[in-house]
Design a protein around this ligand. Structure first.
Ligand SMILES: Nc1ncnc2c1ncn2[C@@H]1O[C@H](COP(=O)(O)OP(=O)(O)OP(=O)(O)O)[C@@H](O)[C@H]1O
Length: 476
């Protein structure tokens, strides 16, 4: 997109030549600019529809010297040959700054919340930009606490870092991201930007209502390109949200919390677009540009000297296959990876976070301190040992285990149950109030369980509690 960026000049605005539509095939639109300079790749070309709406097409290819091929950001129903098209002289530009707070936008920055349109005084920025230079980026080693026991203990998030939740269909990604929004947006001092990519649109509206009810909507901007929208919108909406986040970070120097649900849908949309443009797929049917596309998005999510962007992303894992190229590629960009397990979900062990597969670069004694690191390691070792013993138990029964192993099994089972937690967002259907647990408490509780202080308390008393006190109360 370098070309597009270089050619985004004010002088080019309005003074660009007009063309006309020559062919429409689904989301792909061919536009001719006979005898004129073609708009560069990445530019937005606009078409005024009879219905009064504006259709935006992003230039993807120069088919020949007079014609471009682009991808539409909206449905192309009603679009026909001969309709006039106008090069905007820039990539898609979205409104940014305080005016977008509390608002719901689409990929091209139009309000979709039935609110007032954005005025001409609102700054607009092109959605294609380069990531900040490595020398300008700032790495942080501070923990971003969530109050969710397993996450803070085993896969702590980094302030100004990137974290993602991986999971197949229906294992609890959306519930977890909603809970994280609840628990972090309220305590987060900066602003939040939410990018809804390719998920159910109902969820988007529920979120909007939810944020409104909890009084944090005025510090949040929401940008949506959901599953009912064409691939172009789902492909570019992440960039639109990022552009808004970058403006807060760079111009207003505010810390930003960027939430993306679901990053896999961005890759999938890119693959659809690639297919529509007739490009040959490479690995497992993905677009040949898979890694570059993921890097283009992920590398822009960065913290700089004066302000940070902390990002929490949901990643759908197709067919529970973690070796899927889109999933594997996303892993490489993260500071913390939270892996959701179908097996745990099927046992009702929510949040179904796999304690062994979830990791964080922060989990180092020199960063989080020896107590946290040692406790996390010990928890992992105990659960791993339990998993090894499970096979023997299923074959021979508990009786065949040594006394020490039996004790380990009992403690591991208590620990696994202790690491479940009722969420505020599920209170409606579980009937349990959500609880947040401070990290120090989680560390104390885990040590206490592993030491054997709670061996006499029934396993079921550890299930879906906050701090250990509630298990003790349940036992009393
Ligand atoms: N923390 C939780 N506590 C209780 N129930 C949960 C929890 N997380 C998930 N569930 C149950 O699992 C269901 C699916 O969760 P969710 O919609 O978050 O999955 P998902 O991974 O986002 O699915 P999809 O890929 O279909 O979007 C929920 O409707 C709920 O019944």
């Amino acid at each position: 997109m370098e070309d597009a960026e270089l050619q985004t000049t004010e002088t080019s605005l309005g003074g660009r030549p007009d063309g006309h539509v020559v062919a429409v095939s689904g989301s792909v639109v061919d536009i001719a600019f006979p005898g004129k300079m073609l708009p560069p790749i990445g530019h937005a070309v606009e078409i005024q529809m009879d219905t009064g709406r504006t259709l935006t097409v992003e230039v993807q290819q120069h088919v020949d010297q007079t014609k471009i091929r682009g991808v539409a950001m909206q449905e192309t129903a009603g679009l026909g040959g001969g309709m006039a098209a106008h090069d905007t002289g820039a990539p898609i530009r979205v409104p940014a700054g305080n005016a977008v707070l509390g608002r719901l936008l689409n990929v091209v920055g139009e309000p979709i919340d039935h609110g007032a349109p954005f005025g001409t005084d609102v700054p607009r920025l092109p959605i294609h930009r380069k990531a900040p230079k490595i020398s300008e980026q700032k790495g942080s080693r501070d923990i971003f606490l969530t109050g969710i026991k397993t996450i803070d203990l085993l896969a702590p998030l980094v302030q100004g870092g990137k974290a993602a939740m991986f999971g197949g269909a229906g294992v609890g990604k959306t519930v977890l991201i909603m809970e994280l929004i609840r628990s972090t947006v309220e305590h987060h001092s900066g602003i939040s930007v939410f990018a809804g990519i390719g998920e159910r649109s109902r969820e988007g509206h529920e979120l909007w209502q939810d944020l409104k009810n909890s009084g944090v909507l005025e510090r949040t901007a929401l940008v949506f390109g959901q599953m009912n929208e064409p691939p172009g919108a789902r492909w570019r909406v992440g960039m639109s949200a990022l552009t808004i986040a970058e403006y807060f970070r760079d111009t207003l120097e505010q810390n930003v919390l960027l939430l993306i649900d679901n990053v896999f849908r961005f890759v999938q949309a890119g693959s659809e677009v690639s297919g529509l443009l007739g490009r040959l797929p490479s690995r497992v049917g993905y677009q040949p540009t898979l890694s570059t596309e993921i890097a283009e998005l992920q590398e822009r999510i960065a913290s700089v000297r004066n302000a940070s962007v902390t990002s929490i992303q949901a990643v759908y894992v197709p067919a529970d296959d973690f070796t899927d190229p889109a999933v594997a590629e996303t892993f490489t960009h993260l500071d913390s990876s939270i892996v959701l397990s179908r097996e745990m979900a099927s046992q009702g062990l929510y949040p179904a976070i796999d304690p062994l597969a979830s990791t964080s670069g922060l989990l180092d004694p020199s960063l989080v301190g020896a107590e946290h690191y040692d406790t996390a390691e010990e928890v992992r070792r105990l659960i791993e040992h339990y998993r090894e013993l499970q096979e023997i138990i299923s074959l021979l029964g508990m009786e065949e285990l040594s006394a020490a192993d039996r004790q380990a099994v009992g403690r591991a089972r208590r620990l696994i149950r202790y690491l479940t937690q009722p969420f505020a967002v599920t209170a409606q259907f579980t009937g349990m109030q959500g609880v947040s647990v401070p990290l120090e408490q989680t560390l104390r509780d885990c040590r206490s369980i592993m030491r054997g202080d709670t061996d006499e308390i029934a396993e079921s008393d550890f299930y879906m509690i906050g701090a250990l006190d509630s298990a003790k109360q349940g036992a009393a």
